[in-house]
Design a protein around this ligand. Structure first.
Ligand SMILES: [Zn+2]
Length: 250
């Protein structure tokens, strides 16, 4: 709409408005990399853990970095969608101390999980267990539902944040194990290059967070990846709509 306004009133014939709208789409497309067609959608239920009295929320800024997850998973034609926030007021889970507690949080009854089993539940906590000298930013069930993200993810790099951690953990739930070197999304956190901005992510800049063909096949086949209408079929709908209008005029 801004582009149409910038063109001025002299251009506002219906044909020119349609042309401007098309230009607007082109301008948006030009700013972004060549994107894959979206064929699947993965839906995430974010759940913010707080103390029993509702204070002391983890991920206080409620950061989800959806733009990062979308750009990374676009390589697989997967749109990542976050639902509205839920909160879980259980002090004990603010620090996830061992596998038993991780299991109890993600699989325990009544922990604000989404009723739809195909929606991934992503919990935000203060901290979680790690080997001595290590920090665990995120942890996920391989090929099954449940992710826990801890606050060091958001404090990383002086507060820039570990911008690909949520996308990486989603990959685990979609069935992907650790694999590859610094520029691969599913590389272990100890070896993965962490983007500092959207422009660092494949296919731009340093080309970080790459997915390979086998990973894409696995991720698309996951029960959490729901097929969506392709742009091709949407374009066909638009075309048939236009034909219908022309017929009515004629
Ligand atoms: Zn991992």
């Amino acid at each position: 709409m801004e582009l149409i306004n910038a063109l001025g009133t002299s251009l506002l014939s219906p044909r020119r408005v349609r042309a401007a709208a098309a230009l607007g789409l082109l301008a948006l497309g030009g700013a972004a990399p060549a994107l894959a067609a979206i064929t699947h959608r993965v839906t995430i239920q974010p759940i913010q853990v707080r103390r029993n009295d509702g204070t002391g929320a983890a991920n206080a800024g409620r950061l989800l970095w959806e733009g990062y997850a979308d750009k990374i998973w676009d390589q697989a034609g997967i749109d990542v969608e976050f639902l509205s926030w839920r909160t879980l007021d259980k002090t004990a889970f603010l620090s996830v101390d061992d596998l038993a507690e991780f299991t109890a949080l993600t699989r325990g009854v009544g922990n604000q999980q989404n009723a739809n089993a195909n929606v991934i539940n992503m919990y935000f906590v203060n901290s979680q267990y790690a080997d001595p000298g290590e920090v665990v930013y995120g942890r996920a069930w391989p090929g099954a539902n449940g992710i826990v993200i801890s606050d060091p993810t958001f404090a990383f790099a002086g507060g820039v944040g570990r911008l690909d951690t949520l996308a990486h953990e989603i990959g685990h739930n979609l069935g992907l194990p650790h694999a590859g070197g610094a520029l691969r999304l599913m590389a272990d956190g100890n070896v993965r290059s962490i983007p500092g901005a959207l422009g660092d992510i494949f296919p731009n800049g340093a080309r970080m967070d790459q997915l390979i063909a086998g990973e894409i096949t696995t991720a698309q086949a996951s029960a959490f990846s729901i097929a969506v209408p392709t742009p091709g079929s949407l374009a066909m709908l638009g075309l048939s709509g236009l034909i219908a209008v022309r017929r009515r005029r004629g």
